[in-house]
Each structure stands twice: as C-alpha cells, then as structure tokens.
Write a protein that binds this ligand. Sequence first.
Ligand code: ATP
Ligand code: MG
Length: 394
Amino acid sequence: MNEMLLIKLGEIVLKGLNRKTFEAVLLKTIRYRLAGAGAFDVRIAQSTIYILPKDESADLDEAAERIGRIFGIVAYSRAAMTEKTLESVQQAAAAYLEEELESARTFKVETKRSDKKFPLGSPEISMEVGGYLLEKFPHLTVDVHNPDVVVHVEIRDFAAFVHGTPLPGAGGIPVGTGGKGAILISGGLDSPVAAWMMAKRGVELVAVHFASPPYTSPRAEDKVHRLLELVSRYSGRMKLYTVHFTEIQEQIRDRCPEELFTILMRRFMMRIAEGIAKKEGCGALITGESLGQVASQTMQAIGCTDAVTSMPVFRPLIGMDKTEIVSIARKIGTFETSIEPYEDCCTVFTPKHPRTRPDRKFVEFAEEAMDVEGLVERCVAETRYCKIGYHEEG
Ligand code: ATP
Ligand code: MG
C-alpha cells in the first residue's frame, strides 16, 4: 500500500491575494525540513499538500513528526493512496484502517470528491464504502453523529486517498510571512516560550542574549544555545547575538542606586537589542515578560523599560500564568532544559529591594552617571553572532 501524508493548510487559505506567497513559503519550509528524513515528492493542489515517499530512503514516521512542528498546518493525516475506482477505495479502507476499525464499535464514512468526473457522487461513495466495511467488520454499526472512527475518503484529480482521524498540526502561519523580530532570550522558562509563540504567528527570529562573564558561565551560554536549538525545530534557523554585558552591569552597580539596578539593566537591554534588531531589519522586539511576575514586570516598570525604544515590543506571555507557560514549555520540549540551574545576568547584582514602581525621572537622572549612548553603541558594534541551524533531535 502506498502510504503518504496529506496536509491541510490553516489560516493561510483565508489570506486572499497573499495566499500564493504563504503557500510558497510553506512549501519551501516543508521541503527544507524534510530533507533529512529521506526523499519525498512535495506538491500542492486545491489547498492540500501531498507528501509522497519517493523511494526506500523516505522515513514517513520521521516526516510526520517534523510536519507536526511546522507552522501554517492545521491538521495532517497519514493516508493510503490508491487507484480511483470504488473497489480499490473499499479495499484500501478495510486494509489501511483495519486496526482502528477492529477496536471501534461505531464508524461513519465521509467523502470529499474534488474530481467531478468520478462516476459516483460523495454520498454514494460513502454508502458504498460503508456497506463494504459493515460486511468486512460485522461488529461495527454506523453512527453519523458521534462515531468512534471516521473513515475519510478523498477522490482527487490524480488519485484517491483513505485516512482516519487527522492529527492536529502546529497551527499558526508560516515562519517568514510575519516579518522579523528580535527575541531577548535568557536561559529561563519564559523567553523560549515567547519565541515559539511569535514564530507561530509567522515571525522569523533573531535571538539576543546578554551574558556577563565571569559572573555568568559559558555553561549558561551553552544552555541558551540548546534552548534555541529546540525552538528552531519549530521556527527554523536563526542568528544568535551574544552581548557582553559585564562592563555595563558593573557601572550600574558602582554608580547608581541599588533599588534601580534591575530597571536600569533592562533599559540597557532594550536599547542594545534595538540596535541589533535594526541592523538585522527586524520590526519588533520580543520578550518573555508576564505582568506582575517579578518587580521588573509591573505596569510601571514595563512603561519605564519601553520608554527607551521606538520599536514595538511584543510580549506574548503578558497575560499568562506561570502554569500556562510551563505547560507550553513542556509541550514544545524546552522545559527540562530551562530548569537546569545556571545563573543569568539578571541574577547578578540583584537589589534586595527593587523598585516595583520606578519613577522615570529618577531613572533618567540615575543614568546621567553613565555614558549611555557610548556604552550602547560600543556593545552593538562589538557583538558577534553565531548561527543556530535547524536542529532535529537524534
Ligand atoms: P525568563 O524565564 O525568560 O528568564 P523571567 O521570568 O526570568 O523570564 P526576567 O529575568 O525578568 O524574567 O526577564 C524578563 C525578560 O527579559 C525575559 O523573558 C527575556 O525576554 C529578557 N531577558 C532576561 N534576561 C535576559 C538575558 N540574559 N538575555 C536576554 N534577554 C533576557
Ligand atoms: Mg530570567
């Protein structure tokens, strides 16, 4: 039996004139991501993408797993491809879905016929296939409202397909169709989830990480690499800029009031990230902040942080609870890595009593003790990047 994958496109089918662009990006992504899983023929027709194994090298299990992580796909099915005759569709349905049908009590057949030249209409096909299955599996009964198994039959231009319940796809829209954004990535739980959420909305990522050696260790940077590799299984490749932040943090410590350390540091992060983002052609900054989670994430502190940048700052987690964030982290596979205990530059020189409602005038006054522009310019100019490739486990 010829097994293959049938992919249903998500929101992109609604995008009118942009649809062609969206489809082209999605097809390119699929071809690229499947490259390591063997030889496949990937083609599109009537808002459905067909993934057909070309030879022995094609690993369909692996391909299905990868497809499940590509944004822009609402659902996909493993399907049997067969000849366009009623007999072969009937036989394919019985053979391909044997296991599911054996363990079910009720079923129904749903047919889609996009090849209008096929001699039978959709309701007739459903009836004929259903009748055949009832004979083959006498324990079954038909239930059109709430069946255990739905047998899907699709009569398309070049072949017929049979499949069971479709699997949920990653949803969202294809990465690259929503512009480019710079994600401020720490080694924590939140920012990898924020990165994933914006990639889901089609945003191509550039990552910016602040490190303060020797206060932070190379192992903390390595952790950020590994987190981004996990994110890249969804978002695709990205650049990672690592900013050396030690000098700025030491100056803040030496010259400014302790209660403002955190907010001052965050304002520097935004300015530097904005500089890098502009060089990279990004249209927004992204952070993993959630309202009220810590002192620097109150409404006043966020306002004070945003005052230093003219770019929109996307905070996809702003209204989420920790438990909700954790459940996404588990789902996307970043949780275990995020909880490894390495220090972050945010935990260097943390004030005992940070200001939760910083007054912008005070903060600006405190910054006068430093050459803000010079420090930022130098940091942006000196920062180097490395590439995080599209990374598949195993
Ligand atoms: P996270 O789990 O992402 O570390 P958090 O709850 O620990 O978040 P903070 O440490 O206050 O919160 O950081 C808030 C946001 O600031 C992070 O989500 C991230 O976007 C950014 N950020 C924090 N530390 C760094 C860093 N070292 N490099 C780059 N961005 C950072
Ligand atoms: Mg953190």
